[in-house]
Structures are given as C-alpha cells and as structure tokens.
Design a protein around this ligand. Structure first.
Ligand code: NAD
Ligand code: IPM
Ligand code: MN
Length: 359
C-alpha cells in the first residue's frame, strides 16, 4: 500500500469549494484502486486567517509543509487583503521555498467542450506550457522613492539566473523531445527587453543546439505568441516561458480550452527534495464564491497531475478520462460552461464515471 500524506490548503473563495471536489476524487480513485491511500492534514491559512492573526500563515509554515509528501492547494487572495500581501505571504513562498521551479500547465480542448475558437475541436489543441516559477519578473526586489511626490520613482527588478534559466529550459526540451512532433516554442521579448530576454534566447538556443538537436525549436515574441494561441494553437507541443509571460499565456490557454475554471497546474520540484504542489490555474473567483457553482475541473485535473507525479499515471489518466466522459455526455455542466449544475453535482458525476472506468 502506498501511503501519501497530503497537506491541504483550501485558501480563499472558491478554493474551499474546489479543493473539496479534488479530495473527493482522490479518495474515490484510491478506494477503487486499493493500492494507494491519502492522509490529509488541512490548514486554514489564507486571507481570513490574515484578518485574525495579521499573517497569512504561522511563522515557519514552510517547515510544517516540508514534512508532507505533497500539497493540494485551492486559491489564495481575496478582497480585504492586498493581493501582493496575500500572495507573497503564502503561495509564492511555497513555490520558491520548495524550488518548485516547473509550473506545468496543460492546454487542451477536452472531449465534449466547445472552444471559443471557431472550428477548433477536441484533439486539435493539445500542448503543455512550462512556466518558470521561482524568479524572473516575480522578484520581490525593487523599491519606491519619493512616495507621493511629483518625482516619485518605482522600480521592480527582474532576475534571471543561469541556474534558473537553464533548468527550466532544459526541462521543457526534455518534454518536447518526448512529444510526437518534438516542437518547442520559447516565449521571448528580446526586441524590447534588452538584457534578460536576449539572455533567455541565448540559453534557449545553446541548450537546443548542444543537447537537443532533434527538437524543432523556435522563439516567438510574447505579443505574437499570444495571437498564435488564438490563431494557430495546433502548432504547439511544448511552450516554455518566463514567470510572468507563462502566467498570462496560461489564463489565455484556459480561455481557449473553454473556461479558465478547467485549467490545471502542477508546481513541481523535479529533484523531489521538497514536496510538489497541485492547484488549478484560476484564483479565488470572489464574484462566484460561496455559491457552490465553481467548475471543479481545474482542481480535479490538478489532482490527476498529482497522481501522475506520485507514480500513478494510470489513475491520473482514469480521472481525466472520467472528466471527459462527463463533459462529453453533456448532462452535467457548471454555469461557466453554460449549464446549471453545482460543483458537487459535477464532482458526483466524475466520481460515478471513474467508478465505471476502474471497476
Ligand atoms: P480568478 O481566476 O479568480 O477569476 C477570473 C474569472 O474567472 C472570474 O469571473 C471567475 O468567476 C472565473 N472563474 C475562475 N475560476 C472559476 C471556476 N473554477 N469556475 C467558474 N468560473 C471561474 O481571477 P481574479 O479575479 O483575477 O483573482 C481573484 C483573486 O484570486 C485575486 O486575489 C487573485 O490574486 C487571486 N488569484 C490566485 C491564484 C492562485 O491562488 N493560484 C490564481 C489567480 C488569482
Ligand atoms: C497563478 C496566479 C499567481 C501567479 C498570482 C495569484 C500570484 O495568477 O498561479 O497563475 O501569478 O503566479
Ligand atoms: Mn495566473
């Protein structure tokens, strides 16, 4: 029996609703399979905790989390606490502290979903974004001088280290080398950003030439790349991007998949020195929080990525297949997909399909 300890951080807003869905699917998969078992410890950290205690999580929370095999997270950030305070108080320190430098975010039109892109059907779009997750534009370095005065200056530094840049690009090449068409697109902006992005391009080309000559690589400026996500999404196998570019591209990825509520992500420490973390791409969605209507698919797909990371790609695939079965059948849908069903009803339907597949 594989026993897995999971630190659960529902966080804020719909995170509480979707994390529950993710846990239920994990438990259903484990029970049906019989070879894996999950033990959860839930942490009530987030914006409500901040309003009571003046911090997003207790001091030393990374040491607490380090003892777990893996982390399941909902969303962090809610009106009432400034976003930079909440995110730098919880989510971003986990990604950075645990060297989860790979943020893997699949973009794929699932069976049964109508993409807003005209003429694009399930199977036409299927690629993965590899987002740098620990440095780049999210540097926490900079400053503000002469606050409020006419000559006020605000500076935010962008940091690209050799280690950080090489490891993310190499990871993306490895994935691309195993993709059917061996295609890797690097997101750049070396026409306008004249230190970091030319450096990124140089490393992208060096690693490609020396270590992965079989991979078809090309660089694309982020502005044109955004347009190509819409115009030619079938071009991509793997896209590698810096932290901010990857962030923006993957909400766009969610949109072309039919709803950002369906986009999943894995924050991976490939060396497995620290736990990896699984969470949907979307945020706490204050506009629909508390109504029980959030689409749980992003969280459920993230759980599928967790299973894959834990060496159970078979179970992960069964979970995603079950999601697609439900979407294809089309009877149960949350409002973001034009339906009237709740988060729980969607989750029930996925579990029922999973049971059919695993029995
Ligand atoms: P958001 O992703 O929360 O919401 C954007 C839009 O998408 C909203 O209209 C929302 O209703 C919809 N949406 C999102 N998830 C959905 C789901 N599962 N089902 C149906 N509809 C869904 O983005 P935002 O409004 O920019 O951010 C809200 C808060 O969440 C902010 O505090 C932000 O910083 C935070 N945030 C956190 C994370 C994270 O924890 N990883 C990610 C993004 C945003
Ligand atoms: C995401 C989110 C976060 C990010 C925010 C909330 C800091 O948008 O996970 O995509 O930019 O990484
Ligand atoms: Mn984002």
């Amino acid at each position: 029996m594989q026993n897995v300890s999971v630190a659960v951080i529902p966080g804020d807003g719909i995170g509480n609703e979707t994390v529950r869905a993710g846990r239920r699917v994990l438990d259903a998969a484990a029970e049906l399979d019989g070879g894996i078992k999950f033990e959860y410890t839930e942490f009530e950290w987030g914006c409500a905790y901040y309003l009571r205690h003046g911090e997003m999580a207790p001091k030393g929370f990374l040491n607490t989390l380090a003892n777990f095999d893996t982390i399941l997270l909902g969303a962090v950030g809610y009106p009432g606490v400034p976003d930079h305070v909440s995110l730098w108080g919880l989510l971003l320190p986990i990604r950075r502290g645990f060297e989860q430098y790979v943020n893997l975010r699949p973009v794929r039109i699932l069976r049964g979903v109508v993409s807003p892109l005209r003429g694009r059907n399930p199977g036409d779009v299927n690629f993965v974004c590899i987002r740098e997750n620990t440095e780049g534009e999210y540097s926490n370095m900079g400053g503000r001088l002469h606050a409020g005065l006419p000559h006020e200056v605000v500076v935010q530094n962008t940091v690209f280290t050799r280690v950080g840049t090489e490891r993310i690009i190499r990871y993306a090449y490895q994935l691309a080398a195993n993709a059917p068409r061996k295609r890797l697109c690097g997101a750049t902006k070396s026409n306008g950003i004249n230190y970091t992005m030319p450096y990124w391009d140089e490393i992208f080309n060096e690693i490609g030439e020396r270590e992965f000559p079989e991979v078809n690589r090309w660089l694309c400026h982020i502005d044109a790349l955004a347009a190509n996500f819409v115009l030619k999404p079938d071009e991509f196998d793997v896209v590698v991007a810096s932290n901010l570019f990857g962030d923006i591209l993957t909400d766009l990825g969610g949109a072309i998949m039919g709803s950002i509520g369906m986009a999943a992500s894995a924050n991976i420490n490939p060396e497995r020195r620290y736990p990896s973390m699984f969470e949907p791409v979307h945020g706490s969605a204050p506009d629909i929080a508390g109504r029980g209507i959030a689409n749980p698919v992003g969280q459920i797909w993230s759980v599928s990525l967790m299973l894959e990371h834990l060496g159970r790609a078979d179970l992960g695939k069964a979970v995603l297949d079950a999601v697609e079965d439900v979407l294809e059948e089309g009877r149960v849908r949350t409002p973001d997909l034009g339906g009237r069903n709740t988060t729980d009803e969607m989750t029930d339907a996925v579990i029922a399909r999973l049971a059919q597949r695993l029995r």
